[in-house]
Write a new protein. Structure first.
Length: 290
């Protein structure tokens, strides 16, 4: 792990974008306040979502909002739908300030690109896109979750809905081999849920059978999180967890319409084997020794 390289990159970026300046973009505020102002947006944002989106401590975010409120740029008020939810909105002055921030940010970006020739600009922007994807991937958290929780139910329902759209005959969980709440709760099994900025973006499950092959079920990644390597990460974590709990192999079955999933399993070392169950929606069966 090249920690030295990561730290060197962090120092360069914070200096080049002006994050070290107390007066960011010459607007009389530090970068943190300006980022909150920009993130609230023209439509406003509830404070809980804002905190998750920016991964900020609640106390620190409260201080930033108080400063912006004191400057007349933001107002925070209870939601009309739920008084327990606080909504941050930009004032008329705040909206005008956000437009200035957009213009100044464009100027800063142009100043980074201007000294470079066309080839260097293309290389830099391509590298920035790649770094953005990889940093986003590094922010994803994967953990074992109770399948009854709302975050788990969101993933499982999204999984069922996608299969329903992609299979020729639709998808009915009642017809498929079971993976119910009890079967996805330890010691019988488990459910991994991936979150990005506190929002669910993927899941994968195991049904455990002691030293016998464990069954991988409910592999799903949100369309918004595809391209981050999350499917491969979930699969690897399921394999490690199965091995740690005594399984000698993992098995799964899949539908021929899920071509990207089939490609993932093959590239991850799974071998196609004869059918080992009667799953009505399956066309391919895979196994991997651990």
């Amino acid at each position: 792990m090249d920690v030295v390289g990561v730290r060197r990159f962090n120092r360069m970026v914070t200096q080049r974008v002006g994050a070290l300046q107390e007066d960011y973009l010459a607007r009389g505020r530090p970068l943190g306040e300006d980022r909150v102002l920009w993130e609230i947006g023209a439509d406003g944002c509830d404070v809980r979502t804002l905190r998750a989106r920016l991964d900020l401590d609640s106390g620190y975010l409260s201080r930033l909002l108080r400063s912006l409120t004191g400057a007349g740029l933001v107002q925070v008020e209870p939601s009309a739908a739920d008084a327990r939810v606080r909504i941050a909105r930009l004032t008329k002055k705040g909206l005008a300030e956000r437009r200035v921030l957009d213009a100044r940010s464009d100027e800063l970006a142009a100043s980074i690109l201007e000294p470079l020739d066309e080839r260097q600009r293309a290389r830099l922007t391509a590298a920035m896109d790649e770094v953005t994807r990889l940093l986003t991937a590094s922010m994803v958290r994967v953990e074992i979750v109770d399948p009854r929780l709302p975050v788990a139910q969101y993933c499982l329902n999204a999984y069922f809905e996608e299969l329903g759209r992609r299979f020729e005959s639709g998808f009915d969980p009642a017809r498929s081999i079971s993976a119910d709440h009890a079967e996805l709760t330890l010691p019988a099994g488990l459910l991994l849920v991936a979150t990005l900025r506190s929002e669910p973006v993927g899941c994968g499950a195991l049904k455990l059978h002691g030293s016998e092959p464990a069954e991988i079920k409910r592999m799903w990644v949100s369309p918004d999180a595809r391209g981050l390597g999350l499917g491969r990460r979930l699969l690897a974590e399921l394999e490690r967890t199965a091995a740690a709990r005594g399984a000698t192999a993992v098995r799964l079955e899949t539908n021929h319409n899920l071509k990207e999933a089939i490609a993932l399993y093959r590239s991850s070392g799974f071998e196609e084997v004869p059918a080992f169950n009667t799953e009505p929606y399956a066309h391919h069966w895979f196994e991997k020794s651990l």
